[in-house]
Design a protein around this ligand. Structure first.
Ligand code: FAD
Ligand code: FES
Ligand code: FES
Length: 493
């Protein structure tokens, strides 16, 4: 087996002697690439973002920005990484490198003051610069006046500002950064990173990386992985590492054996059948969002409210359900969609309705050695949907309460109601009493007000630093009233 290595800015770089838990951030900095900064070490600030070559959605390869502070270096064995240093083009000896177009725009528009956040912004901006369908949404070209942009979150060059939602700047202020983002043009034909998108992404490699009595392992197939998990029941499974990385950095978690599953082809399929949509547990939320392209409207409402683009570029549905957290954002949505999880171990597979999956605080029916292989959403979908995430910040925050609705309303009558709740009990729950209060009733203000009173009493919300129990209950009721206000016109027309 070839020694574990990462191609960093075009140069093969051995991962050894990094420990299996060493993050990509520390790995890069220890090798002198100090443009990649540590601000928070928990995925909140984006100072550490780097570009990784990943399987593309519209081209063979996409340049994807991720938080280097969360991903173990060993997880990128065989992969290609570009840092802020690698974006500039080296000149002749003694001649400074030519700035990359996003670096140039940041410089000339005053997008950098102390500069600490700047390399991270540059990498997130470069990922959006190279997004293949960005320019198809552009309404004018390079050098456009930012004031011409048609909406506050999209530039005239098609730049989606959500690409920067995981990057914080404490001193420049965001206007000059936005100006720079909205001014970048299209990559030129001879741009090597644009050309790289036309070739296949790096092939996932099997990894057996051992240092100091601990190991980072990656198998090539699901069957091999499940066999390994049977032999090593103590192993910690990781996908995007957006939860695991926080455990390593903030809670000093050190596992003897980590098993990566994020590149397993069997966990990265997305299939639309006549009666269901099946989503591989190891697809990232960005991949699901772009591949479904709005086909599941409730998921399309979820994605922009889930963390930041940087986190969604790594986070998976399997990881969100794997934590068993009562405040994960996908469970309420998947409960409202009546989804099931497909669980796999070395003996075979079983399908469990998500409503039966959670058994207690961070506990589930999943057995040791069992993986979530996919999430199955039955068709047809209910047409009236909403996802209301109540959090302190509009973007990149954890829910205090989350409510997902999926309703069938025909001839003014609620034929079917499915409501998923997060943040109001030890597990995500279905709102069964409220569903019953709505079904068979006319979709009127009086029905909704009565059902909102029922909804306020669902679950056992608690007081904590995010919200009081009274606030959580009140938000449940408000959520249904808001849905009514949002949908009345649509249903009656
Ligand atoms: C800054 C920040 C913001 C965040 N914001 C949000 C948010 O808005 N909403 C939200 O819900 N979450 C949020 N999270 C949490 C996290 O991003 C999600 O839970 C994410 O979906 C985890 O996916 P992952 O692939 O990164 O999981 P990992 O970190 O790789 O794994 C998490 C857990 O799931 C297990 N696991 C992973 N895949 C599987 C599988 N296929 N089968 C069985 N077990 C598996 C792992 O063993 C591990 O215990 C945030 C995290 C950070 C750092
Ligand atoms: S250091 Fe803040 S997101 Fe990585
Ligand atoms: S330029 Fe100082 S933090 Fe952004």
């Amino acid at each position: 087996m070839v020694a574990a290595r990462i191609t960093v800015n075009g140069k093969e770089t051995p991962i050894a002697p990094a420990a299996p838990h060493t993050t990509v951030l520390d790995f890069l900095r220890e090798r002198g690439l100090t443009g990649t900064k540590e601000g928070c070490a928990e995925g909140e600030c984006g100072a550490c973002s780097v570009l990784v070559a990943r399987p593309g959605v519209n081209k063979p390869t996409d340049w994807v920005a991720v938080n280097a502070c969360l991903v173990p270096a060993a997880a990128l064995d065989g992969q290609e990484v570009i840092t802020s240093e690698g974006l500039a083009t080296a000149g002749e000896p003694g001649v400074p490198p030519a700035l990359h177009p996003v670096q140039e725009e940041m410089a000339v528009r005053g997008g950098s003051q102390c500069g600490y956040c700047t390399p991270g912004f540059i990498c997130s901006m470069a990922a959006e610069y190279y997004r293949p369908d960005r320019c198809t949404h552009a309404d004018s070209g390079h050098g456009a006046d930012p004031a011409d942009s048609t909406d506050a979150e999209h530039g005239p060059n098609g730049f989606d500002l959500h690409a920067l939602s995981g990057n914080l700047c404490r001193c420049t202020g965001y206007r000059p950064i936005r100006d720079a983002a909205f001014a970048v043009g299209e990559p030129t034909d001879d741009d090597p990173l644009a050309q790289r998108r036309e070739q296949s992404p790096p092939t996932p490699v099997a990894t057996e990386y051992h240092q100091d009595d601990s190991a980072f392992l990656r198998k090539s197939t699901l069957a091999e992985t499940l066999q390994l998990l049977r032999e090593r029941p103590d192993a910690v499974v990781v996908a995007g590492s957006t939860d695991y990385g926080v455990e390593v950095n903030i809670r000093s978690r050190r596992a003897d054996c980590v098993v990566a599953i994020d590149r397993l082809p069997e966990l990265r399929e997305l299939r639309v059948e006549s009666d269901c949509i099946e989503i591989g547990a190891a697809l990232t939320l960005t991949e699901i969002e772009r591949r479904l392209d709005g086909d599941v409207p409730l998921l399309a409402e979820l994605f922009p409210q889930f963390a930041s683009r940087l986190i969604r570029n790594g986070a998976t549905l399997g990881g969100n359900l794997g934590t068993g957290s009562p405040i994960g954002d996908s469970p309420p949505v998947l409960l409202a969609l009546e989804a099931s999880v497909v669980l796999a171990d070395a003996d075979g597979e079983r399908v469990v309705p998500l409503a039966d999956y959670f058994t207690g605080y961070r506990q589930s029916v999943r057995r040791p050695g069992e993986l979530i292989r996919s999430v199955r959403i039955p068709l047809p979908l209910s047409p009236v949907v909403a996802f209301h995430k109540i959090a302190k910040r509009r973007f990149d925050d954890i829910s205090s309460v989350a409510v997902a609705f999926a309703l069938d309303i025909e001839d003014g009558i609620v034929r079917k109601a499915r409501i998923g709740l997060g943040g109001v009990a030890a597990t995500p729950i279905r709102s069964l009493a409220t569903e019953a209060a709505l079904e068979g009733e006319p979709w009127t203000a009086s029905t909704v007000e009565a059902a909102a009173r029922v909804l306020r009493g669902e679950g056992t919300p608690m007081d904590d630093h995010r919200a009081s129990s009274l606030y959580r209950s009140a938000m449940l009721g408000q959520s249904l009233l808001k849905l009514y206000a949002q949908t009345t016109e649509k249903v009656s027309s």
